[in-house]
Design a protein around this ligand. Structure first.
Ligand code: CMP
Length: 159
């Protein structure tokens, strides 16, 4: 998926560059298209939207820096990013994918840098909101683990 179907509409809905914006219930339709959230009911999607912020990044912006402490979790709503680990080959993530979970899960520095590959729109969730969501939404935790397992397999294959 290179762009969520609602991505363009979502992009138009947010204010100017780097202006954080609480997402609110207008975003439920956009979030419903994100694979990570596919098992959530509309009520739960509304809750996710209420704790999330939309944020835009220009091409080449550094969204996350390897070695920094982790403060948030990101879902790519529109555009693509490059994940650049200190060693090993870079990966590309696209609309519907997530990143930034590792540093929050194991309370360690960011494992890789994440750079905007063109204009990017993300939704971000703070560390504390992410932790609460995982505790209260087992299906979301399960979906996250499924993706982490797939990423681990892919990383091992390319070593
Ligand atoms: P975190 O370590 O918090 O910050 C960098 C993020 O890049 C990391 O979380 C993951 O979300 C992502 N990342 C790191 N390694 C990989 C990989 N091999 N494949 C996909 N994403 C990755």
């Amino acid at each position: 998926m290179s762009q969520l179907a609602a991505g363009s509409a979502a992009r138009a809905a947010v204010p100017g560059p780097r202006e954080p914006d609480r997402m609110g219930r207008d975003w439920v339709g956009v979030l419903a298209e994100v694979p990570l959230f596919r098992s959530l009911s509309r009520r739960h999607l509304k809750h996710v939207a209420s704790v999330a912020r939309a944020r835009r990044y220009g091409a080449g912006s550094s969204i996350v820096r390897a070695g920094d402490p982790g403060s948030g979790f990101y879902v790519l709503i529109d555009g693509a990013v490059r994940v650049v680990p200190p060693t090993g080959r870079p990966r590309r993530l696209q609309a519907g994918d997530f990143f930034g979970e590792m540093a929050l899960l194991d309370d360690s520095p960011r494992s890789a840098s994440v750079v905007a590959d063109g204009e990017v729109l993300t939704m971000t969730i703070s560390r504390s909101a992410f932790s609460k969501l995982l505790k209260h939404e087992p299906s979301l935790a399960h979906e996250l683990l499924r993706t982490l397992a797939a990423r681990l397999r892919a990383a091992e294959k390319s070593d």
